[in-house]
Design a protein around this ligand. Structure first.
Ligand SMILES: [Zn+2]
Length: 720
């Protein structure tokens, strides 16, 4: 049965190879070549021997070194007619033999083995199209076979299979050589026949159906192709994280959508690592496109290719990838460390910026040396002052040879033209976030000039919805979101008690429950604060009452329930704060008690009293934010664990980016704090992780009291 299948696939292969790709002329060229250089084995259908295949490739590639076969233990078995050609292949480093020191010259050669050798015989191969992704290519052969496929030399069986393990036939050797001859005779071209249009996205953050959405992106790409451009699509990072469709599938749904829309080159942003290093590397295997980065390394070795080159009409365009070294603090540090807490992954993050600039320069120079006429950096760098010395401007001003830098990370959509190290103009273009913009870079066929710009869609209604766009991405997006909705409904944990934001007994004049989560402790507030403390390892954790949105009823907990508690997608952040800053925050959060205030602080690792008989003496700045405390603090007896809070001491404090970094709810007292973990994990994810991993999937006894564990005590009358 298996044999019959293989045979029929084989017949199919010969058909495709002979009639699908090859002209009669190419076959004749192959014949001419073989008859002058080597003796062609008579039986075309027979398996090609290793010596015949390698010799034929070496001659076709015009290898010209002089090596020796003497190192192989079975060198004496090589036919004399092939020995000279094989020696050239050894000299070129493409023929290495088996680990046991043999060459096995007369054994059949598998298609994968043969193609890897052929690829390595052709260092200057011109890649002119996207590689076909065969399902049966082993990892060791993938890069080489992709190259050959991109160059139009390999087609496979037409059913997604290459037949990697099948024996290569004599006929197939001749066909491959025929194609090479055909390419060589087609000669050099005159330059671009049409414009190259590079479309780019950045910081999509799972906005699969916001703004343009992937449906709109596909429509723009299709239209650009239909208009006669050579079109490429690249991404500047931060695509797989930001909404439940990413979190719930740990990135996989987004990679699927990116495969479907047809990305050509992608770089990692800082948020590509939010699901852990192992998971990110897994996702890169699922991707049909390469990830590149000239600075992401493991113990000094680059993890990805620093650049890739794409060629149209003989014009080579290189993309160099660069990822902000801020990634080390903008993601979870432990993902970049070994078990002992030593950093093994890095981004060339030396404080002067020089290592990063050198890495970029090296990649640019190497791409130029490989013949790239244009070099475009795709960067996740951004324009923020805190990213110095690694902003886009730092990189451009310290390098030369870059034509344009397509940038992300800071979510802006600015176009800036600035001088490089040699005083030459370089354009930097960004494109916003959540597919609100699709950036473009055009290389003109008429004068070779480079320009950039932006297509924008800043509307509440997505492009696909408003315009009724229909293409293959509608179904893909629907599939990803439909799958998500099923997952959201799955039961992930259980609570033995109602977890509440309301007073369990009191009702208002209309018989409605009274919300207390914004002026008093509740068990849900405790649970949320505990999750931040547990997942951060900090001394103290705060959660603002206004951010805890709904109660969770006794019984099953679904992911949907969790998302409703924390719907905003705030992210775990840890800073170093003094006891005084912590006290000020508590005072600010408690200023309205017994009235409600969104900034009311639930706490873990810490307890405090609010002496409500004292008026709040918080002052506000012109924007209504914390300005200081002018009188007696109403927050008293603050304990961190068993110890009184020391105003002069430094503590590690966990909360979310909104409060600690963005002055949400007016918390200005954390300005300038040292950031230890910057927006590393979604709040809803950390809450479910705490319940499932730490509490074992069961919210139990310790959260039984709806009024919480006594961490926040209101003192209504002055003690005597
Ligand atoms: Zn970013």
């Amino acid at each position: 049965m298996k044999n019959r299948m293989i045979r029929s696939i084989g017949i199919c292969l010969v058909y495709i190879l002979l009639f699908g790709m090859l002209g009669v002329q190419a076959a004749a060229d192959a014949e001419g070549f073989i008859s002058t250089a080597l003796t062609d084995p008579a039986d075309g259908a027979a398996a090609a021997s290793r010596e015949y295949a390698v010799a034929a490739f070496a001659e076709a590639a015009k290898l010209d070194g002089t090596g020796s076969l003497a190192a192989f233990s079975d060198a004496d078995q090589v036919s004399s007619q092939y020995a000279g050609s094989l020696a050239k292949a050894v000299a070129a480093g493409v023929l290495k033999g088996y680990e046991d020191g043999t060459l096995r010259p007369s054994e059949p050669i598998s298609r994968a083995e043969a193609l890897v050798i052929l690829s390595r015989c052709l260092p200057a191969l011109r890649e002119t199209r996207a590689a076909i992704r065969f399902d049966d290519v082993p990892a060791w052969a993938k890069a080489d076979i992709d190259r050959l496929s991109s160059a139009g030399l390999v087609e496979g069986y037409g059913n997604g299979l290459l037949g990697a393990g099948d024996a290569l036939t004599v006929e197939q050797v001749r066909i491959l050589i025929g194609r090479l001859a055909e390419q060589a005779s087609s000669g050099e071209t005159e330059g671009l026949s049409r414009d190259i249009l590079v479309l780019f996205t950045s910081d999509v953050h799972c906005g699969v159906d916001s703004n343009f959405g992937y449906v709109g992106l596909k429509a723009v790409k299709d239209a650009a192709e239909a208009a006669g451009n050579h079109v490429l699509l690249v991404d500047d990072g931060d695509s797989i994280q930001g909404e439940p469709v990413g979190t719930m599938t740990r990135g996989e749904a987004i990679i699927g959508l990116m495969n479907a829309v047809g990305y050509d080159v992608v770089i990692p942003g800082n948020h590509e690592f939010d699901y852990g290093m192992e998971r990110f590397l897994e996702l890169t295997e699922m991707a049909d496109f390469p990830y590149i980065s000239c600075n992401f390394n493991r113990e000094g070795e680059l993890v990805f290719q620093p650049y890739v080159i794409r060629e149209f009409d003989g014009v080579k365009l290189a993309f160099v990838g660069v990822t902000t070294p801020d990634t080390l603090t903008d993601s979870t540090p432990r993902y970049f460390q070994d078990g002992e807490g030593n950093y093994i992954y890095g981004f060339m993050q030396d404080g002067t910026g020089d290592t990063l600039y050198s890495a970029v320069q090296q990649a640019v120079d190497d791409a130029r040396a490989e013949g790239a006429q244009y070099v475009v950096v795709i960067g996740h760098l951004g324009n923020k002052a805190e990213a110095e010395p690694w902003t886009y401007a730092d990189v451009i001003s310290h390098t030369s040879g870059i034509d344009a830098l397509l940038d992300g990370h800071s979510h802006d959509s600015d176009k800036v033209v600035m001088k490089n190290k040699d005083g030459e103009a370089v354009v930097r273009q960004a494109c916003g976030t959540k597919l609100s913009g699709i950036g473009w870079l055009r290389i003109s066929a008429s004068d070779g000039s480079v320009d950039t710009g932006l297509y924008t869609w800043n509307n509440d209604v997505s492009a696909s919805e408003l315009l009724g766009i229909e293409n293959e991405m509608n179904a893909e997006v629907e599939k990803a979101v439909g799958e998500l909705n099923r997952k959201l409904a799955e039961v992930v944990a259980y609570t033995a008690y109602d977890l509440t934001i309301y007073d369990p007994e009191a009702v208002d004049g209309n018989g409605k429950p009274i919300r207390i989560v914004r002026n008093a402790e509740t068990n849900l507030g405790d649970l949320c604060a505990d999750a931040f403390l547990n997942q951060s390892g900090a001394d103290v954790a705060f959660v603002n009452g206004g951010g805890v949105r709904v109660s969770i009823g006794k019984g099953d907990i679904t992911m949907n329930d969790i998302l409703k508690v924390f719907p905003f997608g705030n992210m775990l952040t840890v800073v170093e704060a003094t006891g005084q800053q912590i006290l000020d925050a508590l005072e600010w959060g408690a200023r309205a008690v017994p009235g409600e205030n969104g900034g009311f602080l639930h706490a873990a690792g810490l307890s405090y009293e609010i002496h409500t008989y004292l008026e709040s003496s918080c002052t506000e700045d012109e924007l209504g934010r914390f300005g200081g405390v002018s009188g007696e603090y109403r927050v008293k007896n603050v304990m961190v664990g068993e110890e009184p809070l020391d105003p002069a001491r430094t503590y590690t404090l966990a909360s979310h980016n909104y409060m600690l970094l963005e002055r949400g709810d007016g918390f200005t007292m954390f300005d300038g704090c040292k950031v230890l973990q910057n927006a590393v994990k979604l709040d809803n994810q950390l809450l479910i992780d705490y319940i499932t991993d730490t509490l074992g999937g069961m919210v139990g006894e310790e959260y039984a009291d709806p009024y919480g564990q006594g961490r926040i005590v209101a003192v209504t009358e002055a003690p005597n």
